[in-house]
Design a protein around this ligand. Structure first.
Ligand SMILES: [Fe+2]
Length: 248
C-alpha cells in the first residue's frame, strides 16, 4: 500500500532512557518464578524460588544462579524511545508486510514483537512502522525492496516483524554494529527515526557482537531488542516503542 512518511526535523542526538517491556517478556519472567528484589534502569537483581529447579534451566535461570544481573527491557514510563540518524539508505514506498524473509534471503532468523505506546503508555493502533536493514552479508538492497517493509500497529498497538539478524558493515561511519533502521509514526504525529540493536551475546555469522557493539560510536543500548534463543537457530525478540502523538 502506498504511504507517506515525513521527517519532523527532530533532534536525532536526543538521549532519553528506553521505556520498553513487552507483555511476552513480562510473562516469561513471571513464569520463571523469579522475584524481583531490586530494580535499576534496565537491570534487576532477582532471587530464584526453589520451584524453579523443577524444569529445565533457561538463560535467565543460569544467569540468576551465577549471580549475574539480568537485563530486562524497561517498562513503559512515558519516556520517548531515543531517536537516531536515518542514514542514507531509506527508500519510500516499501511493501506493506510483516515478513521480510522473502525467497533468497538467508540468515539467522528473528521474529520480534512489541507495542507502540504514546508517552502516557497508551497503546496506539494504526501507527505506521517502517523497517529496513542490510542482509547477512552486510549489504542493503538499493535497487529493490529486499529486507524493507512497512506495517501498521494493530487495534492493540501491537506489531510483529519476521526478519533476519543483519550483519555488521563498514561504511561512512566506520564499522556499524548490526542494527535495524526504523521509523514510527502515529496517525497525525511526528516521525520517530531510530535504530534497533542486539545484545552482546547474540550469536550470528560467527561475529563478536560484544566487540561490535563496543566499537560502534552510534549505538544507543537503550534501543536493544530483548532476545531469547537461539532455538533451532532462530531468535525471538521484543521491543516496544514510545512515541509522541502530537507535534512538539
Ligand atoms: Fe544501517
Amino acid at each position: 500500500m502506498p504511504h507517506q512518511q515525513t521527517s519532523d526535523g527532530q533532534d536525532h542526538s536526543a538521549e532519553h532512557s528506553a521505556v520498553n517491556r513487552s507483555g511476552s517478556r513480562r510473562t516469561f519472567i513471571k513464569a520463571s518464578s523469579a522475584t524481583v528484589t531490586a530494580a535499576a534502569l534496565g537491570t534487576v537483581a532477582v532471587q530464584v524460588s526453589p520451584s524453579a529447579s523443577a524444569r529445565p534451566l533457561t538463560v535467565v535461570d543460569e544467569a540468576l544462579r551465577a549471580g549475574r544481573p539480568v537485563s530486562l527491557t524497561p517498562a513503559c514510563d512515558g519516556h520517548e524511545t531515543p531517536a537516531a540518524a536515518e542514514g542514507p539508505l531509506f527508500k519510500p514506498e516499501s511493501p506493506e508486510r510483516t515478513n521480510l524473509i522473502t525467497p533468497g534471503i538467508r540468515g539467522v532468523e528473528l521474529e520480534f514483537t512489541g507495542t507502540v505506546y504514546d508517552t502516557a503508555c497508551t497503546p496506539i493502533p494504526g501507527a505506521l512502522i517502517e523497517f529496513w536493514q542490510c542482509d547477512q552479508n552486510g549489504d542493503y538492497d538499493t535497487t529493490g525492496y529486499s529486507l524493507r517493509g512497512h506495517q501498521y500497529s494493530t487495534s492493540r498497538g501491537a506489531f510483529t516483524l519476521r526478519t533476519i539478524i543483519p550483519r555488521d558493515y563498514t561504511g561512512r561511519w566506520g564499522t556499524r554494529t548490526p542494527h535495524i533502521h526504523t521509523k514510527v509514526q502515529t496517525p497525525g504525529g511526528p516521525v520517530l527515526i531510530t535504530q534497533l540493536y542486539f545484545p552482546d551475546g547474540t550469536q550470528a555469522y560467527g561475529r563478536d557482537f560484544a566487540a561490535l557493539n563496543a566499537g560502534d560510536g552510534l549505538i544507543n543500548r537503550a534501543c536493544t531488542i530483548a532476545l531469547t534463543g537461539p532455538v533451532n537457530g532462530s531468535y525471538k525478540g521484543a521491543f516496544d516503542f514510545v512515541v509522541k502523538t502530537t507535534a512538539p
